[in-house]
Design a protein around this ligand. Structure first.
Ligand code: COA
Length: 176
């Protein structure tokens, strides 16, 4: 079933717990773009986010009709000042294109407002990743670099960046 944008208005953001791991694994394995080893890496990141007291991986989930259908993970990039990596974002294939991914990215950006100088996200350059790249571009991310043959011969890495609006800077600009 493909949900419409109207249905997405019912999407609810919520924190993730270890109980959600099986659901995230199941819908991640149903995403044809992801190779099995990529799903393993996603689950490692998810597991790391559950470690008490850690500050490196922040996650958020999205539910539709009481069912977890998407998640996002981000965190401060080590050895940088104000740079954050969006490590992972994935939406259950049955509801892709209905606004859940946008909701998750908007929530990450809301939480990083005034804190992140730069948000970085890496993705694939292959044709199959075209919709994913379009997704980032529509959310205001721009291509900063392309690393040829990064993932495999003929499989480039594309690095997107976004400079989030700083509400404090906007406030002080208004006062000037
Ligand atoms: C990329 C992804 C997170 C976007 O989330 P989403 O909920 O499907 O996206 P939204 O509904 O918020 O946004 C839709 C836009 O994203 C793009 N898009 C990307 N993948 C899409 C898909 N499978 N179906 C529809 N639109 C998709 C389109 O440009 C679309 O724009 P439009 O509405 O003007 O047509 C999700 O499709 C997904 O999990 N894809 C596979 C995994 C992946 O690529 N993850 C990122 C790894 S780097």
């Amino acid at each position: 079933m493909t949900l419409t944008a109207t249905a997405t208005r019912g999407a609810v953001l919520r924190p993730l717990t270890q109980v959600d791991r099986a659901t995230i694994e199941a819908f991640s394995r149903a995403i044809p773009l992801f190779r099995p080893e990529e799903v393993e890496v996603a689950l490692e990141v998810l597991d790391a986010s559950f470690k008490p007291g850690q500050m490196d991986y922040i996650t958020m989930g999205a539910e539709l009709d009481g069912r977890l259908v998407g998640w996002i993970c981000w965190g401060p990039t080590p050895c940088t000042v104000g740079t954050y990596d969006m490590y992972w974002v994935a939406v259950d294939p049955s509801v892709q294109g209905a606004g859940v991914g946008s909701l998750l990215v908007a929530e990450m950006e809301r939480r990083l407002a005034g804190e992140a100088r730069l948000i970085v996200v890496e993705t694939g350059g292959r044709r199959e990743y075209g919709p994913t790249r379009a997704f980032y571009m529509k959310r205001g991310y721009r291509i900063a670099a392309r690393v040829p043959d990064f993932y495999a011969p003929g499989d480039d890495q594309v690095i997107f960046v976004k400079t989030p609006a700083d509400p404090r800077a906007e406030e002080s600009a208004k006062r000037r």
